[in-house]
Design a protein around this ligand. Structure first.
Ligand code: GLU
Length: 438
């Protein structure tokens, strides 16, 4: 069996963290099994779907490295839905309804008021058809067939169809609601695993009866617990945080992948630089049932850690001109985002201004002389500081800090041993001279 998964966003907005996590897990599952990952654009709602969002979804998935093996659009598949709808109608699994939203709402309130579940009440087949009203359509649940499946995350699931409303699947204007087209597509595209948020669990119960009514074996289901933000509920903030916001903050796609792959699972979040170790270890049995907390601070820290062992080749085309692998290795331990590189690179190659206390000036004048006399080979920093230690009697902070300040303009920063060869002898002497004369 070839594993086939799909990510099925509705193009009515930008992807947010929750959608991306679903896409990622579907992608990982397909990759792990050498299968296929499909992108299905759920654009049955022609009014709310926008082409710009479709483009945005594709761009975000590409940025994240989530390549897909095929793309389908529901708006191009209405003929198929129509055919299968007619089949279900012919066998009495789809029926016409005429209630207005107001009538349905009133009936719900009455039922709730009596302490009864607000389940839709079917009308007699020979009930009179209200004049001048076009019907909308419901799928008829089989009340005798208990709904059961073993969810890959949630374990055994049971639903009693008698306690569920027959879902509306098509509006009076002929447009489709999500439920039936999705089941038809999952069958037609040979989807083997549906991975989605647990807000879809009751949809799954309904769709399982659709699969049966359409004569198909259902896919496996994995419903993952939802994400929450640090402030509790996910929706408001994370629901509006698109990938552009992360990009702007210097978050690397790999950090998002590394966090979302493992968040809410029993596996630790690790600063990996490729997705392969994540793909190799995905297991829905390791997914927790409790909501997972998405923490932007954790993401920022993970981002930094990942950059600290990202190799030069991966980022070379995004580094300042002239920076080579040696410079990258020297600077990367000190960055949180790739944008920080420019600052440290200008410490190597640009203008440096240091504010040096008066009592350190003679010391730095001495450093100028020693720097000028050094061979400046493999490790000029040790040569310079060893010589200064001997000549000045200084040690520790008093020995190192004025040098760092004069050479970099900062109190902290990358290891001087790695930085000084990059700064070079001529520039180092000039900076020490300038600081001594300060
Ligand atoms: N378009 C649906 C959604 O975004 C797809 C759900 C599913 O995966 O079936 O919620």
């Amino acid at each position: 069996m070839t594993v086939i998964t799909r990510f099925a966003p509705s193009p009515t907005g930008n992807l947010h963290v929750g959608n991306v996590r679903t896409a990622l897990h579907n992608w990982m599952w397909a990759k792990k099994h050498g299968g296929k990952f499909l992108l299905r654009i759920d654009d049955t709602d022609l009014e709310r779907s926008k082409e710009a969002y479709v483009d945005g979804i594709r761009a975000d998935l590409r940025w994240l490295g989530l390549d897909w093996d095929g793309e389908e659009r529901q708006s191009a598949r209405f003929d198929l839905y129509e055919r299968r709808f007619e089949e279900l109608k012919a066998v009495g699994r789809v029926y016409a309804c005429y209630e207005t939203p107001e009538e349905l709402d009133l009936r719900r309130k009455v039922l709730l008021g009596r302490g009864l579940p607000p389940v839709y009440e079917r009308k007699d087949a020979d009930a009179p058809v209200p004049e001048g009203r076009a019907p909308h359509w419901r799928f008829k649940l089989d009340h005798e067939a208990m709904i059961e499946w073993t969810d890959l995350v949630r374990g055994p699931q049971h639903f009693d169809p008698k306690l569920m409303s027959d879902p509306v699947i098509r509006r009076a204007d002929g447009s489709w609601l999500y439920m039936l087209p999705s089941a038809i597509d999952d069958i037609d595209m040979g989807i083997t695993h549906v991975v989605r948020g647990e807000d879809h669990v009751t949809n799954t119960a309904t769709q399982l009866q659709m699969f049966a009514a359409l004569g198909a074996t259902p896919p496996h289901f994995a419903h993952e617990a939802l994400l929450t933000g640090t402030e509790g509920k996910l929706s408001k903030r994370l629901g509006s945080l698109g990938m552009d916001a992360f990009k702007e903050r210097g978050i690397e796609p790999m950090a998002i992948i590394a966090l979302l792959a493992r968040l809410g699972t029993s596996e630790p979040v690790e600063p990996v630089t490729t997705a392969s170790p994540l793909v190799a270890t995905i297991d829905f049995g390791h997914f927790g049932r409790a909501p997972a907390r998405f923490d932007e601070e954790e993401l920022a820290q993970l981002n930094a850690k990942i950059l600290h062992h990202t190799d030069f080749a991966t980022v070379a085309d995004r580094l300042p001109d002239g920076m080579d692998a040696v410079a990258w290795d020297a600077i990367r331990p000190n960055i949180s985002t790739l944008a920080d590189v420019a600052d440290w690179w200008s410490v190597v190659s640009g203008e440096v201004n240091a504010d040096i206390p008066a009592e350190d000036r003679d010391y730095l004048a001495e450093a100028v002389k020693i720097a000028a006399s050094l061979a400046w080979d493999a490790d000029p920093w040790h040569a310079l500081t060893d010589a200064l230690k001997a000549s000045s009697g200084r040690k520790g902070k008093a020995l190192f800090l004025p040098l760092r300040q004069a050479l970099t303009g900062h109190d902290h920063g990358p290891d001087m041993k790695a930085l000084l060869p990059l700064i070079g002898q001529a520039r180092a002497i000039a900076r020490l001279e300038k600081a001594a004369a300060n």
